[in-house]
Design a protein around this ligand. Structure first.
Ligand SMILES: C[S@@+](CC[C@H](N)C(=O)[O-])C[C@H]1O[C@@H](n2cnc3c(N)ncnc32)[C@H](O)[C@@H]1O
Length: 213
């Protein structure tokens, strides 16, 4: 439910019902393609590393990184609807004591987040109007690798996201999607001392990985 306290419409969009459906799918099918690509990219880099995920939803990526040897994880998520579901999943996998979850708008409340070796934002920047306010602090908190996915630099993705966003504006929806320029996303991260390491441009989503220079 959107309200005066949900100016971006995110908590209304990503509510507990959404979280339960994501968890059902995760229990049945495991990670989706984008999340799998992130974990596969990190591969050998995972063992012993700390993880910070922004907008991690039910926390599936963290569960997989912890299973593969990451030491601990922190999740900063604006929507409270995920919390009970995420705790159930982490408890089932026996890693609840290695995950700290905080409900906060990371763009305005990131001072208490801990720097981590691996920082992940999977399909998050396209849900938030102020991209630099998300990516800048995420990059500053990255000790080694920052991995982001966002709408791909393809004409049909630009057109699709801009059309949906325009319709949402017309319908006065609080929740909006945003096509942020991929170059600007990378620039926001490099301004914090990271350098591009790898990219994968899929049909809809693009993955960019950067490392601390
Ligand atoms: C499309 S969902 C993706 C969830 C998860 N990363 C995944 O790929 O399954 C976007 C998520 O980002 C979260 N989010 C968006 N802006 C945020 C912000 N400023 N701070 C924290 N979380 C945010 C939303 O609440 C939502 O859970």
């Amino acid at each position: 439910m959107s309200s005066c306290c949900d100016p971006t419409g995110l908590t209304g969009m990503f509510d507990e019902k959404h979280a339960r459906s994501k968890a059902r799918r995760y229990r049945r099918d495991g990670l989706d393609a984008e999340a799998r690509r992130i974990v596969e990219f990190l591969g050998e880099r995972i063992a012993g590393r700390t993880v910070l995920e922004v907008g991690g939803g039910i926390g599936a990526i963290q569960l997989e990184l912890l299973r593969r040897g990451a030491s601990n994880a922190e999740n900063v998520e604006i929507s409270p609807g995920y919390e009970a579901v995420a705790l159930d999943l982490a408890t089932e996998r026996g890693v609840a004591d290695r995950i700290v979850r905080r409900v906060a708008d990371f763009a305005v409340d990131n001072a208490s987040a801990s720097a981590a070796d691996i920082v992940v934002l999977n399909r998050v920047v396209c849900c938030y109007p102020d991209m630099p306010a998300l990516v800048g602090p995420a990059a500053r908190l990255t000790k080694r690798w920052l991995v982001l996915t966002f709408p791909a630099d393809r004409w049909w993705v630009r057109a699709g996201f801009r059309t949906v966003s325009a319709v949402q504006a017309l319908l006065r929806s609080r929740f909006r999607v945003f096509f942020h320029e991929p170059r600007a996303i990378v620039a926001a991260a490099t301004a914090a001392g990271l350098r591009p390491l790898a990219t994968h441009r899929g049909l809809v989503w693009q993955l960019v990985a950067l490392e601390r220079a």
